[in-house]
Design a protein around this ligand. Structure first.
Ligand SMILES: [Fe+2]
Ligand SMILES: [Fe+2]
Ligand SMILES: [Fe+2]
Length: 389
């Protein structure tokens, strides 16, 4: 589990407890649609591993089940069973990828044998977002991000004057450079007031990083995604270090990838209100964001973000790494594995924890867990980027 403590699942949760919490969150959402009282339903789902034997027992055990569930006991049992199956299938996606619709069809096909109401699967389908556009446009122009990334990528040896020309075209870039140069980090007695002086103060390499971060920030700010932006900014140095260490990208390109990897999360802000409420309820109930996105939208923010950066003409390997940064086994690229590791170490509990994936990705990019941990604890770039935040 990632060491970052802002995870909706408590670090004390065992895998089984986490499964029961997700089953309960799903059951409550489904129960609302099926007209079943949600409190006993949530209790029955949370305790379903201990209650299930009681339900089939005679005597006191059976009585306890009846007291908890009251008149709705049959419906509650059905809903818990369906949601349990959904969560088991979602957990299994790391071993065998399936479309969510395929998962629903399979669960529906179990109905006769398992003796639950197949109409519940139909109600699960209705929870999904049908109006979400295939192609998403961002609410702000990604021009500054595209220009900085493109220029820095094609002119790897970009010098002071070239950086100045780019920065002067955009007040956000220029003011970010001035902010950093005048921050306590550089301890200057006199204020820096020109872009060229700012670049000379922080150095070309740091200036490039500051400009990249400054170019990306408005994209997140426009959608009110400060939390995701903070995560992107604080994890970008690890992406950069991993890229340089593995040789898969330059350190600077790694930084760009880190800054942009969760851009697809912007999409969630544009869900229809009803879906947004379901999304929020499920996340607050303990379902990781990527899990909820797959369930409700059929794809996670990595897949959505890949579509966005493709429009900005990012290189193919970037697009693939963003697309599969939560599902590295679906990519043939080592960069997706590197992206998974960076996300694992610094993520916000964005997906189900998977040590199998971590092990496979470490082996693919040929680093050890100790190396990953060591790189994750370096924060010299972070301090500089925080001056942009
Ligand atoms: Fe279960
Ligand atoms: Fe992510
Ligand atoms: Fe992330």
């Amino acid at each position: 589990m990632a060491p970052n403590g802002s995870d909706p699942m408590s670090l004390d949760d065992t895998a089984e407890q986490a499964h029961c919490r997700r089953t309960a969150a799903l059951a409550v959402e489904l129960g609302r649609r099926a007209g079943v009282a949600v409190e006993p339903l949530a209790q029955a789902a949370l305790l379903h591993h201990s209650l299930e034997p009681l339900r089939h027992s005679s005597g006191l055990g059976r009585l306890a089940w009846q007291v908890l569930c009251g008149d709705d006991q049959r419906r509650i049992a059905d809903i818990v069973q369906v949601c349990n199956l959904v969560d088991e299938q979602m957990e299994a996606l790391e071993f065998e990828y399936k479309e969510v619709e395929t998962i629903f069809e399979e669960i529906q096909s179990f109905a006769a044998f398992e003796e639950f109401d197949p109409a519940l699967v139909e109600q699960l389908r209705e929870m999904r977002c049908r109006e979400f556009p295939r192609e998403l446009k961002l609410p702000v122009e990604g021009g500054a991000a595209r220009l900085v990334c493109h220029t820095l990528r094609t002119h790897r040896e970009c010098e002071n004057r070239e950086l100045e020309v780019i920065a002067l075209r955009d007040p956000v870039l220029a003011s970010s450079l001035l902010n950093v140069a005048n921050s306590a980090l550089y301890g200057r007695a006199q204020r820096v007031s020109t872009v060229s002086r700012a670049i000379a103060t922080v150095g070309v390499i740091a200036a490039r990083k500051v400009m990249l971060a400054a170019a990306m920030r408005p994209l997140f700010a426009s959608a009110g995604l400060q939390r995701i932006w903070g995560h992107s900014l604080s994890s970008a140095p690890l992406w950069s270090a991993l890229a340089g260490h593995t040789g898969l990208l330059s350190a600077e390109e790694g930084l760009v990838l880190g800054l942009v990897h969760d851009i697809g999360a912007v999409a969630v802000q544009f869900l229809p209100r009803e879906t947004l409420t379901t999304h929020r309820n499920l996340v607050e109930g303990g379902c990781p964001a990527s899990y909820v996105e797959r369930l409700l939208l059929g794809r996670d923010h990595g897949e959505i973000g890949a579509g966005l950066i493709a429009e900005w003409h990012f290189p193919e390997e970037f697009i693939d790494a963003v697309r599969f940064h939560h599902q590295p086994e679906r990519s043939t690229s080592k960069l997706a594995s590197m992206a998974y590791l960076a996300e694992f170490w610094s993520g916000l509990g964005e997906d189900l924890p998977s040590f199998g994936r971590v092990e496979a990705c470490l082996a693919r990019v040929d680093i050890t867990l100790e190396t990953l941990m060591e790189m994750g604890s370096q924060d010299s770039t972070l301090r500089m980027l925080k001056a942009v935040a």
